[in-house]
Design a protein around this ligand. Structure first.
Ligand code: SAM
Ligand code: FES
Length: 345
């Protein structure tokens, strides 16, 4: 087993690239159980057994990008495109607020319709209506000035996964018009603009190796974000990666534990993609050291149209109140949903 390498990660909160590769490539079931127990213990020291819910509002599925893995890429002519109005966004927040949420995430494709003027107006309205709530944005790559304006309007946090920190792999996942250098620059700009920043990557993305994952971990150490979102890659039938295999829950949870040991304070979601490939995926993520869940708050009738990958959970009528479902799931493993802003501690 690799307990001594795991102990070193626990003490130093970092490993060399070679050691990360070794840990990932030679991991065993015993290693996974051991690292998860350390990760859980550290998360509980800071956050207890509370799990922060963030209400996710998927407000547009228009996108100008063509990421090879993503179901709402611009080339997919089979997507029925929608945009929520400011009134629909506010009413989703109101539903969420009444259910107890104090943290909202506005996520969408890179939709030029939502220029700075429109976004600033939506964020200002949310800030004014819900002064006690955290507002997180996930709108992709924008200019520093745009990030500054959104932060000034009242947004607190921003999620932008770097996707992969290796240049060749980035090019394999994205068309030439996108670049890793620009993605990274956006992350530094978001920090400069004053956001609490989240980054992350997909586990088991096509072409991904242990060396790529090691680079991802080293980049995350350098960026020092407050949040890291990772979930398995899941294929979508209308994309170039339709025949590629999904990532696994086993590797995803192992990486969640590694990330927890790299920064005990991180806000680490147990993602919907993890719950999609494994019926107990979100529970397993929490038990591996995650401490955030992001239930869907989008209006029911548009949920099926925000299909980033196939078989996404929480898109049917049964998902009217994900918060109830997730509350029961957390209770079943000795955790509970903690309704608050869920700030970094
Ligand atoms: N447009 C914004 C951006 O690019 O950051 C936010 C929306 S984007 C759809 C959110 C995340 O979905 C991406 O960062 C990506 O990691 C994830 N995603 C896209 N397609 C996926 C797939 N097939 N399987 C798993 N995750 C996927
Ligand atoms: Fe959405 Fe279970 S969390 S239905």
């Amino acid at each position: 087993n690799q307990f001594s390498l795991i102990d070193r990660l626990y003490n130093d909160q970092i490993l060399s690239k070679e050691d990360f590769i070794c840990l990932i490539e030679h991991r065993t079931k015993e290693d996974a159980e051991y690292i998860a127990s350390l990760a859980r213990k550290e998360a509980q020291k800071i956050y207890g057994t509370g799990v922060f819910p963030r209400g996710l509002i998927e407000f547009t599925n228009y996108c100008k990008n063509d990421c090879c893995y993503c179901g709402i890429q611009r080339s997919n002519a089979n997507v029925s495109r929608y945009r929520l109005t400011p009134e629909q966004i506010l009413s989703a927040c109101q539903c969420g607020y009444e259910l107890g949420y104090r943290s909202f995430v506005l996520q969408g494709g890179e939709d030029p319709y939502f220029n700075d003027e429109r976004m600033v107006s939506i964020v200002s309205l949310m800030r004014k209506t819900y002064p006690d709530c955290a507002i997180t944005l996930s709108l992709g790559e924008r200019s520093l000035e745009s990030y500054q304006a959104l932060h000034a309007a009242g947004a607190d946090r921003y999620l932008l996964r770097h996707e992969t920190a290796t240049e060749e792999h980035y090019q394999h996942l994205h068309p030439k018009e996108m670049s890793l250098a620009h993605r990274k620059q956006c992350l530094w700009n978001l920090k400069e603009a004053g956001f609490h920043v989240g980054t992350g990557f997909m586990v088991g993305a096509p072409g991904q190796t242990a060396a790529h994952l090691a680079e991802d971990l080293l980049f995350i150490k350098e960026l020092d974000p407050k949040m890291v979102g990772i979930g398995p890659f899941v294929p979508h039938h209308d994309t170039p990666f339709k025949d590629e295999p999904s990532g696994t829950a086993e590797l995803t949870t192992f990486l969640i534990s590694i990330l927890r040991l790299m920064n005990h304070h991180l806000l680490l979601p147990s993602t919907t993609a993890l719950g999609t490939i494994d019926p107990k995926g979100r529970e397993k993520g929490i038990l591996a050291g995650a401490n955030v869940v992001m239930p869907n708050l989008s209006p029911i009738d548009v949920r099926k149209d925000y299909a980033l990958y196939d078989n996404k959970i929480c898109t049917g009528d049964e998902a009217a109140e994900c918060v109830g479902c997730l509350g029961r799931r957390m209770d079943s493993i000795g955790y509970h949903l903690e309704f608050c802003r869920g700030d970094y501690r």
